[in-house]
Design a protein around this ligand. Structure first.
Ligand code: PLP
Length: 393
């Protein structure tokens, strides 16, 4: 099939809920993808941060291939011998507690919101979230999301959500009432423009939640699996959340979500309170175990820190040379470049034409999240392509 035929099939049969670029990807290996015409691209925003250790990582392929010869799916009213190994691994890297598996980030957050409601026992039900946050597209998670554009046309929304400015502890103190069950936030806002939480803010938030018996829920859907240089981003702040949600790169390209609940709250969601047919299936759990193994065996947390610092240095050099390049922000390999332009989305399109895939969010923030096993040479090549595009601005 050529590109026009593929596009026609989309036009005829796929709901047009997405704005798509004219690019059909058919192959991927590591940091590189190839389109239907055979043109290669450096992928510095792999699958919306899903292919965090690169496309078709051999470790993920090996684990999945092994599991393909055993069993693909087991319903959750039986045991399987892969899911608990993944839960154990997540707990070993986070905090004592237990894991519920789902299929996506929104579903993981939906679970977290249900946890908050049950925890509040009808007396406390409010969930406080941040302006510019993004938590998903289900009805509850789009209500939790601090951006109006995702809510248009979906009224009435579920009750019990409050949005406050990010990185402002006074706003939290003022918003908390005796009805507050949870505060949910991303340690680094992704869709919101790569806004990093301040350390003091996170610590004050943590203290406040402890004092008032409010659940602190961190949404690590985009920041998980080494993206920021630690397995989970909350670890940078010296806090321990009551619950954490995961998705995206946890599955190495396979759909998975997880709600991690601290030990002291492990009985809040008991038998019959929550479920997901595909959650924690052996084939998906095997893929996620492959992601953990790759990060461990290839020292990818170290690579993220090294390559993140290298990349930010190079981007700051670009800033010194070009007035449209503003502040470079982020952590590890979760990088945002603030462009001094009203709308920088055309720059991402121009980069694509140059053979580099990046994203633009909040109109003027270039969001760059290469696979965490990216090399210096690949970063140099990306910088070359970005420089070339900037020359035309
Ligand atoms: C922080 C965060 N939470 C939740 C979600 C929703 O995840 P999903 O699209 O897998 O439902 C996203 C997706 O971009 C996200 O970035």
């Amino acid at each position: 099939m050529n590109f026009n035929e593929i596009k026609k099939l989309y036009d005829d049969y796929v709901l047009s809920t997405y704005t798509r670029q004219d690019l059909c990807l058919v192959k991927g290996q590591g940091t590189w993808v190839e389109d239907v015409l055979g043109k290669k691209y450096l992928d510095f925003f792999p699958g919306w941060a899903v292919s965090g250790i690169g496309h078709c990582h051999p470790k993920v392929a090996e684990k999945v291939t092994h599991q393909l010869g055993r069993i693909l799916h087991v319903s959750n009213n039986f045991y399987n011998d892969v899911q608990p190994l993944l839960a154990k691994k997540i707990i070993e890297y986070s905090f004592p507690g237990k894991v519920f598996f789902s299929n996506s980030g929104a579903e993981a957050n939906e679970g977290a919101i249900k946890l908050a409601r049950r925890y509040g026992q009808g007396k406390k039900y409010e969930v406080i979230t941040m302006e510019k946050s993004f938590h998903g597209r289900t009805l509850a998670t789009l209500t939790a999301t601090g951006q109006d554009k995702v809510k248009e046309g979906f009224l009435p929304l579920p009750e019990g959500f409050k949005h406050i400015p990010f990185n402002n502890i006074d706003a939290v103190v003022n918003a908390v009432t005796d009805k507050t069950a949870a505060i949910m936030l991303e340690p680094i806002q992704g869709e919101g423009g790569i806004n990093v939480a301040e350390k003091e803010y996170m610590r004050s938030l943590y203290k406040l939640c402890q004092e008032k018996a409010i659940l602190l829920i961190v949404d690590e859907v985009q920041t998980c699996m080494g993206r920021t240089g630690k397995m989970f981003a909350y670890k940078h702040f010296g806090i321990e959340p009551d619950a954490m949600t995961l998705a995206k790169s946890l599955g190495g390209g396979f759909p998975i979500g997880a709600l991690v609940v601290a030990e002291k709250h492990k009985d809040v969601l008991g038998a019959g309170s929550h479920a997901s047919t595909f959650g924690g299936s052996p084939i998906i759990s095997a893929a996620a175990l492959g992601v953990f193994e790759a990060i461990e065996e290839e020292s990818l947390l170290e690579n993220t820190n090294k390559m993140g610092a290298y990349f930010v240095g190079k981007l700051n050099n670009l800033r010194n040379k070009n007035k449209v390049v503003g502040r470079v922000k982020g952590m590890g390999l979760m990088i945002g470049v603030e462009m001094e332009l009203e709308d920088a989305s055309s720059l991402a399109v121009e980069c694509m034409k140059e053979g580099l895939l990046i994203n633009c969010t909040q109109k003027n923030i270039l969001r760059i999240m290469p696979p965490i096993n990216v090399t210096k040479e690949e970063i140099d090549l990306a910088i070359e392509k970005i420089s070339k595009v900037l020359e035309t601005v």
